[in-house]
Design a protein around this ligand. Structure first.
Ligand SMILES: [Zn+2]
Length: 106
C-alpha cells in the first residue's frame, strides 16, 4: 500500500475539527501512514471490554484512544496557539513546516 504524505508528526498538538470531540486538543501519539489515521491522546476514547487472562483476574472495561482520520484534526501552532493549515518552505535546502497564519516554523 502506498504511504500517504502527512503533514502531521508524532508529538504534534492538534485540535479536532469534526466529530464528537470537535474543539478538543491533544498530542499525537501515533500516526498510521498507510490508513491516514492518527491516534491522539485523550481523543476519540472508546470503551473496550477486556477478558480476564488469568483465573483470579477481573475482566473489565478499559478506555482506549481509537484512531481517527487525519483530516479531522488540525495542527495547533506553538506560537499563535490556533489550529492552522500547514505550509512548507525550504530553509537552507531543508524542507520545513510553517504556520500559514503567523509564519512560525513548526
Ligand atoms: Zn502561528
Amino acid at each position: 500500500m502506498e504511504r500517504r504524505k502527512m503533514k502531521l508528526k508524532k508529538d504534534d498538538t492538534v485540535q479536532v475539527i469534526a466529530g464528537k470531540d470537535k474543539g478538543k486538543t491533544g498530542k499525537i501519539l501515533r500516526i498510521n501512514h498507510v490508513t491516514g489515521r492518527v491516534i491522539v491522546q485523550n481523543i476519540n476514547i472508546v470503551k473496550k471490554a477486556m477478558r480476564p487472562k488469568r483465573q483470579n483476574e477481573k475482566g473489565g472495561i478499559v478506555e482506549i484512544e481509537a484512531p481517527l482520520n487525519a483530516s479531522k484534526v488540525m495542527l495547533v501552532c506553538k506560537k499563535c496557539g490556533k489550529p492552522t493549515r500547514v505550509g512548507y518552505r525550504f530553509d537552507a535546502d531543508e524542507k520545513v513546516r510553517f504556520c500559514k497564519k503567523c509564519g512560525e516554523q513548526l
